[in-house]
Design a protein around this ligand. Structure first.
Ligand code: FES
Ligand SMILES: [Fe+2]
Length: 369
């Protein structure tokens, strides 16, 4: 499977990982189990016992270790077997389960499927508006039967609002609006602005805009690899400076489940100082968006995936429009990063193969001497 491995992905929202029961999820095509150890740290392991490959997620958590449901071996947060209930209790050598580095931030547990030595929390892009220490947040999750890059295309090109979501998010002014896109290193930006717009009631109510008021609306989308987006939507009275408006920032995190399915996590956050107003608004946004997401975006993404089948996106020779600039840039960045990672891995394999080939010669010469 062609995923970028040296990257942080959201495994799940923090509240779903507990000390009472393990949590199972397929991430990048691999079964993973998550739980909290005695220090409350989120732990991610392969969901496959080292003995006879039973799913550890069907077991229980005992003193900070995960007990296999089949024969009772226990594995600690480092993936090491620490308890064998059979015979003399000796722990067999090699009884080890793969672990993944995790970091907990922005109300989510992130996991790193690549080289653990390269897992640096500083590589995570920032989403300060969903930091639960300073914000009131509300989260949504959708399982999508489509490649995660189709979801990224969808979020990087919000021109679809007027066509796919005409009753909730779209407007003619938005369809006609200005679009700019650019990139800074591996970060892609798309900025869409609509002027003198009449908002649909769902958006107007969220921003406290009286029906019929003309507004300017802008949507700033930031994408970072492998599929981590923030979208800031702002509204101001028509013709007024952006600073005088209100904004609704949201995070959108895409984690491939398989080549054809995606975990889509999203969250809204507003400062704690806003109190109950923030609580109501973030809930309103997430619950209100579930309807167009579930009944309009998801069926479209799944229909696209069905039409694509197993074929490569480029092999299908898509027609390209100016509105695709950001999404295409993001795809090109992912292709480059994945190719570089594969070249690195191939280089390391070739180096170790050379080492193995040289070793018997050295051994022989020692034996002769
Ligand atoms: S399969 Fe896990 S202890 Fe046997
Ligand atoms: Fe949409």
């Amino acid at each position: 499977m062609s995923f970028l491995l040296n990257a942080w992905y959201v495994a799940t929202f923090s509240r779903e990982v507990g000390v009472d029961a393990p949590f199972a999820r397929t991430l990048l095509g691999r079964p993973v189990v998550l739980y909290r150890d005695e220090a409350q740290r989120a732990v991610a392991l392969d969901d496959r016992c080292a003995h006879r490959f039973a799913p550890l997620s069907q077991g229980r958590i005992v003193q900070g270790a995960l007990e296999c449901p089949y024969h009772g071996l226990r594995f600690n947060a480092g993936g090491q077997c620490v308890h064998n209930p059979h015979g003399d209790g000796r722990v067999p050598s090699g009884a080890q389960v793969r672990t993944y580095p995790t970091v907990e931030r922005y109300g989510a547990v992130w996991f790193w499927p690549g080289d653990p030595a390269r897992a640096d929390a500083a590589l995570l892009p920032t989403f300060p508006f969903v930091d639960p220490d300073s914000n009131i947040t509300h989260e949504g999750y959708l399982h999508t039967r489509a490649h995660y890059q189709l979801s990224a295309d969808n979020l990087l090109d919000l021109s679809h609002f007027q066509f796919l979501h005409p009753d909730t998010l779209g407007s003619e002014a938005m369809a006609r609006g200005d679009v700019q896109s650019g990139h800074l290193g591996d970060t892609v930006w798309v900025r869409r602005s609509a002027y003198d717009e009449a908002l649909q009631p769902f958006v107007a109510e969220g921003f406290g805009v009286a029906p019929g008021t003309r507004v300017d609306r802008w949507m700033d989308v930031r994408w970072t690899p492998p599929g981590l987006l923030s979208i800031v939507i702002g509204v101001t009275a028509a013709g007024m400076a952006r600073e005088s408006g209100l904004i609704a920032p949201s995070a959108h995190w895409l984690t491939p489940e398989t080549e054809r399915t995606t975990h889509y996590f999203f969250a809204f956050g507003l400062p704690k100082e806003m109190g109950d107003t923030a609580r109501q608004l973030v809930r309103y946004a997430v619950e209100g968006l579930m309807k167009p997401f579930e009944s309009e975006d998801l069926p479209m993404l799944e229909a696209q995936q069905n039409n694509l089948g197993d074929r490569d996106f480029w092999e299908m020779q898509p027609a390209l429009l100016p509105i695709d600039a950001g999404a295409i840039r993001a795809r090109r960045i992912m292709e480059r990063l994945i190719a570089a990672e594969r070249a690195d891995a191939a280089g390391s394999q070739a180096a170790s193969a050379r080492t193995i080939a040289v070793a018997p010669v050295a051994d022989t010469s020692r034996a002769v001497a």
